[in-house]
Design a protein around this ligand. Structure first.
Ligand code: ATP
Length: 354
């Protein structure tokens, strides 16, 4: 059931249009990640939702409550900021209970709720510490507990993990996801980290220049990008261009093309085609190697090139291959010297064609 509904939302800074007709229905208990490059309008959307900036037109409602024109404090939406925004002179408990105190909730009730939240976010025993004595991960948990204390209708998280180091980040993102499942809060999370969005969200909205370019489950966004922008943004950043359908068909048969993830504009034979694929889907062989799997692959694009550069990624090497005017990235199990001639093979099923 839809809990938060954003309809035909437009917002600007002066003459500059930032949000251009945003429509989004968020179900009760659902977590939606807003994903997109810097400047696409993610934070502006959160600010408009929370009432921190006016909107030009459109409607925002929670259940049957229209909130677009309400003051921020009347919306019952709380934001968790990347900077935590905690009170440095207060203890953990005082920070968590702050919103309840402002709402003039009784002292005994505040104590009960604070204790409950300390246990939920695993901060028991630290209630009397000053927040300045806590680690980044612990501070973010205090910020989360403080936001949840007032039982918001919608929880909004603006890059909540970006100040944490890589290892803590992995832990905290799993903790937030587990909490969301357990407590069933409805939330929007802003991130520019695609992996974070894939792991945490029930659905992802990919934003581009103030518009939602695609909304779908993490699997849909990853495997079936609807536009070139989404394919590229979600990591299929190898790109080949073909001037027409005929030149594309010289590389790969028509039956394979229809099986691959080709978009409907397929019928226009004279339009240029862009083909996107991930480095992990590229099979690479050197001339000295015999790779039966690649030779048997009939439904595939095959490209010849020379190694330009090899970068060690830990589990594998990322090989940059010069193929005429294109440079293709391929994951490979071993290091290769610059100039080594190679054959690249990409199965039809791994191609996204626009
Ligand atoms: N207070 C402001 N006044 C004028 N323009 C602004 C203001 N805040 C943001 N903008 C502009 O609005 C656009 C969207 O900014 P926004 O912060 O929403 O992007 P974002 O997707 O959250 O980016 P990032 O990932 O870098 O935080 C940008 O072009 C930005 O320059």
């Amino acid at each position: 059931m839809t809990h938060l509904l954003i309809e035909n939302l437009h917002a600007s800074y002066g003459d500059k249009v930032i949000l251009n007709n945003i429509n989004l229905a968020v179900a009760q208990g659902e977590m939606i990640a807003l994903l997109g490059p810097s400047g696409c309008g993610k934070t502006t959307l959160l600010n408009a939702l929370c009432g921190f900036m006016p909107i030009q037109s459109g409607c925002i409602s929670i259940g049957d409550r229209k909130i677009s024109t309400l003051a921020a404090e009347k919306r019952n939406i709380t934001m968790v900021f990347q900077s935590y925004a905690l009170w440095p002179h207060m203890t953990v408990s005082q920070n968590i209970g702050y919103g309840l105190k402002v709402q003039k909730v009784e002292r005994a009730e505040i104590e009960t709720r604070v204790n409950e939240l300390l246990s939920i976010v695993n901060l028991e025993g630290l209630q009397d510490e000053k927040v300045t004595a806590l680690s980044g991960g612990q501070r973010q948990r205090v910020a989360l507990a403080r936001a949840l204390a007032i039982r918001p209708d919608v929880l909004v998280l603006d890059e909540p993990l970006s100040n944490l180091d890589a290892k803590v980040r992995l832990n905290v993102r799993h903790e937030i996801k587990a909490l969301q499942k357990k407590l069933g809060f409805t939330s929007l999370i802003v991130t520019h980290d695609q992996e974070e969005a894939l792991v945490m969200a029930d659905r992802i909205a990919v934003l581009n220049q103030g518009q939602i370019e695609q909304l779908g489950t993490p699997e849909e966004i990853y495997h079936q990008p609807k536009t070139a922008f989404v394919a590229d943004f979600m990591g299929a950043n190898n790109k080949l261009t073909f001037s027409s359908l005929a030149s594309l068909q010289q590389q790969i048969s028509l039956s394979s093309l229809t099986q691959s993830k080709m978009q409907p504009s397929f019928s226009n034979k004279s339009t240029p085609y862009q083909v996107f694929f991930r480095s992990e889907d590229v099979g690479l062989t050197t001339l000295s190697q015999d790779h039966p799997k690649l030779h048997n692959e009939t439904d595939a694009i095959r490209i010849l090139g020379d190694v330009q550069q090899s970068a060690f990624l830990g589990g594998s090497y990322q090989i940059s291959v010069r193929c005429g005017k294109h440079t293709i990235q391929a994951d490979h199990h071993e290091n290769l010297l610059e100039g080594t001639p190679v054959t690249l093979c990409v199965p039809a099923g791994a191609l996204h064609i626009f």
